[in-house]
Structure formats: structure tokens, C-alpha cells
Design a protein around this ligand. Structure first.
Ligand code: NAD
Length: 319
């Protein structure tokens, strides 16, 4: 079995910080997922911040750490690279990788870029590689099943979608946009209602997207709260399905006749709830990436998908 050599650019939270420890099946980070796959060995990492890369090297037992991406790429002959640097530096990482010879696969964090032209430049470079973009819910089998079921009208015809999110449109809202885009395609109309003040160039926005078959989705930004929240309610002709707790749980409600009100109208009744497979998404994504590199399999979230989400965000901001 060929053992692929992997390296990580940027030693922060999504690179390894979110995993206090790395139990089998509970990966939330790139480093933990590399540790869980026999076919790949995480041999290097780089970060301009000395304390970050030192702590990362110690935690993940990596002996080759660098301050500079080019130096890591030149010295380590990597097969796979994870791009976990801040979003505004993703383009630099792609340009650095493009100067090297050994890299075959790239696992890039989302969003691809804040700037749409940079995202197109990334797409252009990506054509030489097998690239996956970490909209991680794409590798959550129960959420994937939910999207398929909604597409197939398993819960009755999908009528309306209501979503809410904290933090910025591109950092957090884009996850929800990607979920809807993954099974409804590109929206046919975009409307923006309110853009909140932002200190980091990624404001929260209230907006709506209209998809084919006149399915409308409204998105509400929740400002000024200290926690992260992302929920979607799917209203169908037979009831409602809610993706709650950032996709960690799904709840089903069905429409029933309201006996308390003399059967004059219908109401929603809770049916059941289920935990989704929200841990280990990066591991499933990497296994898929390795399979695609070795045997040409499909990628669940490609740079083209990442671009479509950037394009939707751009339309929302420039409405
Ligand atoms: N998929 C997800 O759900 C998810 C979750 C969190 C973050 N992210 C994405 O991951 C990326 C990183 O986010 P984070 O929360 O881990 O940030 P972070 O600030 O915790 O980590 C970023 C690290 O990159 C380092 N860095 C800065 N400039 C660099 C450069 N030019 N080259 C290499 N390293 C550099 C920083 O020193 C820092 O250690 C962002 O694109 C973010 O949107 C995705």
C-alpha cells in the first residue's frame, strides 16, 4: 500500500485545535483525520507564528515544522496538502503549491476566498490537482440523506426554507448556502434585505434565495450573540424537517388536524429527532480524496462548488 505524505498550511483551530484529543471516529480537524487514516502520514506543517507551530508540532508529534510554506513544500515532497491558513491567504497557498512538483491532492478550507477573482484564480490552479473544499456537512451521511429525501419529495413537496446563522455571511452563512445549493442547484433570484456592520469585512446579511420550482429560502443573520448557531427549517406540504445545532441534529414534525381547536386547522406535531454523523466528516472527506487521487473517484465538494457559493455570496453583498 502506498503511504501518502501530507502537510498542513496553517496550524490553527481547523488544522488541529478543535480536537482536544483525537479519538477514533471523532475527528473534527485535518490533523486528527490524517492520524486516523493508515494510507497517509502527516509529516509536516507550517505557520508563520512560532508559538502556534511549536504547539502544533508537539500535540500532533510532527518533527518537520516550518515558518514558510515554500520551504515546507520544497523540502518535504508532499503528496497531499491541507490549506488551513486564514481565508485571505488561501490564494497564496495555491500559488506556492503550483510551483512544486509532487503534490497531487489538496484539501482546502472554506470559503475558497473572500475575493471572487481570487476564487477564480484558485479554480484555475486547481485544474492540475484533485481538490476538495471543506464544506464538511457534505460528508455527513445523514444530512446527505436528508437533502436527497427533500429533493425526492419524500416528506411531501418542499415549499419554503427558513435559515438562520450567526457570524459573517462568508465564514458561516456560506455553509448553509452550500447545503441548499448542493441539492437545489444555483438560485434563480437573490434579494438582500439588510447588511449588518462588520469589523472583519465579512458582515452578517439578511437575504433570500429563490430556487427553481419557486422554492424560496430566507436567511436571517443573528447579530451580537457570543455563540455559533446555524439552523435550517424545511417546510413541506406534509410537515417540517429542521436541521438544528449546526447540523448535529435533525427533527421531524408532521402536519395533523388540531383536535383542541375543533378540527378547524392543522398544526405541526413533533415526530422524532436524530443525531447526525457530525463528527469525522474531515476523515470521510480525506478518504474520498485519497480514493480520487488513486482511482479517480468523485469529490463531494469540488472547487467548482466552492466557486458557486462564492458567486452567490457576491450577488448577496452587491445586491
Ligand atoms: N470547515 C469549517 O467548518 C471551518 C471551521 C473553522 C475554520 N474554517 C476555515 O479554516 C481557515 C482557518 O480558520 P481557523 O479558524 O483554523 O483559523 P486560526 O486563526 O485558528 O488558524 C489559522 C492559522 O494560520 C496561521 N497563518 C496565518 N497566516 C498564514 C500564512 N500566510 N500561511 C500559513 N499559515 C498562516 C495563523 O498563524 C494561525 O495559526 C479559514 O479559511 C476558515 O474559514 C473552516
Amino acid at each position: 500500500m502506498k503511504i501518502y505524505k501530507a502537510g498542513i498550511i496553517g496550524c490553527g483551530q481547523i488544522a488541529g485545535g478543535y480536537n482536544a484529543n483525537c479519538q477514533l471516529g471523532e475527528s473534527l480537524t485535518h490533523a486528527c483525520s490524517y492520524n486516523q487514516i493508515d494510507q497517509v502520514e502527516l509529516i509536516a506543517a507550517c505557520d508563520p507564528d512560532l508559538s502556534k507551530r511549536k504547539a502544533f508540532a508537539k500535540k500532533w508529534k510532527i518533527s518537520n515544522v516550518f515558518s514558510d510554506t515554500t520551504e515546507m513544500l520544497n523540502k518535504m515532497d508532499l503528496d497531499i496538502v491541507s490549506i488551513c491558513s486564514p481565508t485571505e491567504y488561501h490564494i497564496d497557498a495555491f500559488k506556492d503549491i503550483a510551483k512544486t512538483k509532487t503534490v497531487k491532492g489538496i484539501f482546502c478550507e472554506k470559503p475558497l476566498a473572500y475575493d471572487l477573482q481570487e476564487a477564480y484564480d484558485i479554480l484555475n490552479i486547481s485544474k492540475k490537482y484533485t481538490v476538495s473544499v471543506n464544506y464538511f456537512r457534505r460528508w455527513n451521511p445523514k444530512l446527505k440523506q436528508l437533502c436527497n429525501d427533500l429533493k425526492e419529495n419524500t416528506y411531501g413537496k418542499l415549499i419554503y426554507i427558513k435559515a438562520s446563522y450567526t457570524k459573517g455571511l462568508k465564514v458561516n452563512g456560506s455553509h448553509l448556502i452550500d447545503i441548499l445549493y448542493s441539492f437545489l442547484g444555483m438560485p434563480v433570484d437573490v434579494r438582500t434585505y439588510h447588511i449588518y456592520d462588520s469589523i472583519n469585512n465579512d458582515p452578517g446579511v439578511d437575504f433570500s434565495l429563490t430556487f427553481a420550482a419557486e422554492i424560496e429560502a430566507t436567511f436571517q443573520h443573528i447579530p451580537n450573540v457570543p455563540y455559533v448557531s446555524s439552523d435550517i427549517e424545511f417546510f413541506t406540504e406534509k410537515g417540517k424537517v429542521s436541521m438544528i445545532q449546526r447540523g448535529q441534529k435533525i427533527e421531524w414534525f408532521k402536519s395533523i388536524v388540531d383536535e383542541d381547536y375543533n378540527r378547524t386547522f392543522q398544526k405541526l406535531q413533533f415526530v422524532s429527532s436524530e443525531e447526525t454523523d457530525w463528527t469525522d466528516c474531515p476523515t470521510r472527506a480525506l478518504v474520498e480524496l485519497l480514493e480520487a487521487i488513486s482511482n479517480g473517484g468523485n469529490i463531494s465538494c469540488t472547487p467548482e462548488d466552492g466557486i458557486r457559493v462564492c458567486e452567490i455570496c457576491e450577488k448577496i453583498i452587491n445586491y
